[in-house]
Design a protein around this ligand. Structure first.
Ligand SMILES: C[S@@+](CC[C@H](N)C(=O)[O-])C[C@H]1O[C@@H](n2cnc3c(N)ncnc32)[C@H](O)[C@@H]1O
Length: 233
């Protein structure tokens, strides 16, 4: 496959699935766990929630969602069967895992009816899809009229000095380290390029607005290395 093509990016994840969790922990210094826990803080309070998690991968965010009493059911969709296999193993071992159901599905063409979910989440997934605007339209369609979208994605620090050192790590150290640990250097070169090419911050907020959402907000995490976007239907 062409590694610069987002049209079949899940094939990369099929390849790296056995080492995906381990690599996330090492390459982010464990920050990815904290960032997903922050996503949970953006969920609406005071009512029962049916949640859809797109590009769910190995179900790390699904597991965080299942821990909450007010989350009654979680559907997780991903195009990589291998990532879902690892996700299902983790859910089977988790006491609240039975609230969740994972299935193969495309975030750009969601197989569910309109107005079904209270919340749609997506962590580190939307930059890997060929058409983020199409994904946002699909999220809007499947959300209930008062539903909420919460998206976690990589971004770049605003501060020039921090950005300089971060890009040094990100462009030169991370692909080599990830290549050695995963045995798949090419995959991590693609993943890095996908982060730098993604319209983050205000540009991504504009895309969310264009999909019809209101109350669009962005919250930068860890010097802006990642950002949570949330908005209402
Ligand atoms: C970086 S992983 C993120 C996984 C998980 N959300 C997490 O927080 O670790 C990106 C995931 O997006 C999936 N993906 C890529 N394109 C997709 C699409 N069009 N629809 C659904 N999933 C997709 C990949 O298979 C991969 O599992």
């Amino acid at each position: 496959m062409m590694l610069n093509s987002k049209h079949r990016s899940w094939e990369i994840f099929d390849r790296i699935a056995p080492r995906y969790d381990m690599l996330n922990r090492i390459l982010s210094g464990g920050m990815d766990i904290l960032w997903r826990k922050r996503v949970i803080k953006f969920l609406p309070l005071g009512r029962k929630l049916q949640v859809l998690d797109l590009a769910t991968g190995t179900a790390d965010l699904v597991i965080e969602l299942c821990k909450l009493d007010r989350v009654v059911a979680v559907k997780g969709l991903d195009l990589s069967k291998e990532m879902l296999n690892f996700g299902n193993e983790k859910l089977n071992a988790h006491p609240n895992g039975s609230k969740a159901y994972l299935e193969v599905g495309d975030a750009g063409s969601i197989q569910y009816d309109n107005d079904l979910f209270d919340v749609v989440t997506m962590a580190f997934g939307i930059r890997n899809t060929p058409d983020p605007s199409q994904v946002l339209s699909e999220i809007y369609r499947v959300l209930k009229p008062d539903g909420k979208v919460i998206i976690l994605e990589f971004s770049l620090p605003k501060n020039r000095l921090i950005r300089f050192f971060y890009l040094l790590y990100f462009r030169h150290v991370l692909p080599i380290l990830a290549g050695i640990l995963s045995g798949d250097h090419e995959a991590y070169v693609y993943l890095n390029q996908s982060v730098e090419a993604f319209p983050y911050g205000d540009a991504f907020c504009d895309l969310i607005c264009q999909a019809g959402f209101s109350k669009v907000r962005q919250t930068r995490l860890t010097f802006g290395v990642a950002t949570i976007y949330d908005a209402s239907k």
